[in-house]
Design a protein around this ligand. Sequence first.
Ligand SMILES: [Zn+2]
Length: 436
Amino acid sequence: MYTILTYFMNIVVVRTNEDCLKKEMGILPDEFTKSLSQNLRIKSNPFSFGISDIQKGIFAKNNIELFKNDFESYPQLMGLKQLLVKCGDEENIVLINGDKYSNYDIYIINTALHEYYKGYNPVEVYHYLKYSFPSTFFPRHNIYFYADLGYDQFIGPTNGNIRKCRFCDSTDPHKFGKKKCSHAISLFMGNTALFCLEECEECNNRFGKGIELDLANYYEYYRAAERRVSRTSKKQIIAKGFNYEYNGVGLKFTSFNPIAGVPKVGESIPKDGFVIDLHNRKPVILHNVYKILVKYVISCIPGDLLDYFSETIKWINGGKRPRKGSLPPVFRYEKLYNVEKPSLCIYIRKDDKMDLPFCVGELRFMEFLYVYAIPYCKKDVMNEYLVRPLKSFVLQRFPQIDFTIENFCDDEEKMIINHVKIEGTPNTILQPLQIT
Ligand SMILES: [Zn+2]
């Protein structure tokens, strides 16, 4: 695998996709950084890396020793050494000067390197980076990026006396209990460090027992497959359906009736494997899945934009019922590499042209990517007219991705069926969720 280490005033370490740490540091003298850059082969421009910039951990570790006399004068250097020590000798690393690059850019660089690792050539990755770099290639939106980066981050004022709940407008300080009360993106999605301080305990409980459960149930099978731990029991999640039980390793069929498609005892597994339908036990309201995806955006978005979303918040709270089919679709892609921690990108249109949506959420978790417009926004005309702008947005932003388009407008409880492909090994290959 690869590792990116970026440093300087901001030390940003990205060893795996998730292991990201950022610390504010002081400025180093120019001469010193120059010498450091040369001896450690640090790229000053992350968008120009190529195969020659990839080096072995042992190389960087040995070379930082050249500066050991300077460790005391420059604590940043000690910080960098500590990060390098974590790398394996044979591990591939890329050192990039992370100064001036936002978390979002680091995320993009990281994603691009992952593509590189998967076999794309440097030129393709360069184009990917160029395309993804928001200020040059996505000029009509401001981009806000939120992720669990391994250290606590709080959205909203830390002073409890001036807080206002984003969802019920309550300003009662007694309703805002513990500092870490509300996760801006649900804990079960893997977020342990990103908190919204502007969500009162009452709303937090209400969402936890309501719309959040629908998303949790929707992905129960996948969470079991990734051997995630339950928030309440602290034990590994076991997905249970009407006809199966799955603990992330082995499937146990609970149905007395033989499941169609499963080879009988003594029969070999077909060469191409076979697909079985696993019926979940808990129903899901898809409309609530859309609401919780939008709720994450409302929890994270800069406070001065909230006025545009008062109707959106009413809808999340259940105070507005859309006509069937009137909500824009949700775009989902489910074949990405698995991420331990979720991340959320929020796009806010800078101009008043309504050919693109005012606000779009891009949520990445597990192997999924969701792209969705925020409905009921005062800066868009009507939800019905968001379909085309959203499609244009997706085409411009992700021309290479073939999304599944979902309509999450249904208030009825639906049973989820996971179509799971079983191959000749005990490993199961997950296929996209399908609703019947
Ligand atoms: Zn509230």
